[in-house]
Design a protein around this ligand. Structure first.
Ligand SMILES: [Zn+2]
Length: 279
């Protein structure tokens, strides 16, 4: 539940970013996506999926992602990160993208996401809610041991974070860092993501005061709303460009659609030539 009450300004920014992406990409390699490789992929799905959506043909069209080109960055530099604002894109190297997983850890879904990422050797950034980290310390440790990053996603996930008194905003950030640090044996997040992407000057000030960088995203399939596996897959595969930061969730409810969608989308992004990095 991270996308409620989104400021109009943010929607405009994302819309402008989408326009910049679609309008600014002129490289021939992007105009001619390579054909899909449903069989013979160097990145086959897990042998024991749970369950495997690839076990039977999908009744809907799986898009072919834009082919990235090393050294070619279609993202307008102005949209990578506004001065003083949150980071929407990675500094582009041509093929790098990032996967972020929000609202966990969750006893049921986090292990399944971890298994999927281990199978494809994909590093991700888990934006954890502090009180869930405190309740599931072994999952926090497992995420760190697997080589993933952990970002601070507040202690209680208040979607109205900008409306809280400054002292309470600081408390949300500091309690989450303490919970994550305690559970992980000392790992202190250097990245912070506001719930729902609801940023304000006060939230950004608190983030800076806590020594963290503000992290947003650029590809949002709204998987938290369970829009259906096809919607999640199609959004990820049609909107991802070099430098994209993709948002998904391992907490906040039943994430079966997310698991199934990532099982389809992740190998296709790898096959297209993308490399997953961390913000
Ligand atoms: Zn969230």
């Amino acid at each position: 539940m991270t996308a409620l009450n989104r400021p109009v300004g943010r929607r405009l920014l994302l819309a402008m970013g989408a326009l910049a992406l679609t309008g600014g990409c002129t490289h021939a390699g992007h105009a001619a996506p390579k054909s899909a490789k449903p069989s013979g992929s160097p990145h086959p799905p897990p042998s024991t999926p749970s369950p495997s959506p690839s076990a039977s043909p999908t009744p809907w069209q799986v898009p072919t992602p834009v082919t990235p080109t090393p050294g070619v960055c279609p993202v307008d530099p102005n949209f990578i990160q506004k001065p003083g604002g949150p980071q929407h894109y990675l500094p582009c190297e041509g093929t790098n993208i990032a996967l972020t997983i929000d609202d966990g850890p969750d006893p049921e879904w986090t292990p399944r996401v971890l298994a999927l990422l281990a199978h494809y050797k994909i590093p991700a950034t888990f934006c954890m809610i502090g009180r869930r980290a405190a309740a599931n310390p072994k999952l926090v440790a497992a995420v760190v041991e697997a080589g993933h990053h952990i970002a601070n996603h507040t202690f209680t996930h208040p979607l109205n974070l900008p409306g809280l008194p400054p002292a309470q905003i600081n408390d949300e950030l500091n309690r989450a860092t303490d919970a994550i640090s305690t559970a992980s044996g000392g790992h202190r997040p250097t990245l912070f993501r506001a719930p729902g992407g609801n940023w304000s000057p006060a939230v950004l000030d608190a983030c800076a005061a806590a020594g963290m960088r503000p992290l947003d995203w650029s590809v949002d399939p709204r998987d938290w709303s369970r829009p259906g596996v096809p919607h999640i897959v199609q959004t990820i595969l049609t909107r991802t460009r070099p430098g994209s930061i993709i948002l998904n969730h391992d907490g906040g409810g039943n994430r079966q659609q997310t698991i199934e969608a990532l099982t389809i989308a992740l190998p296709r992004l790898l096959d297209a030539g993308y490399h997953f990095t961390q913000p």
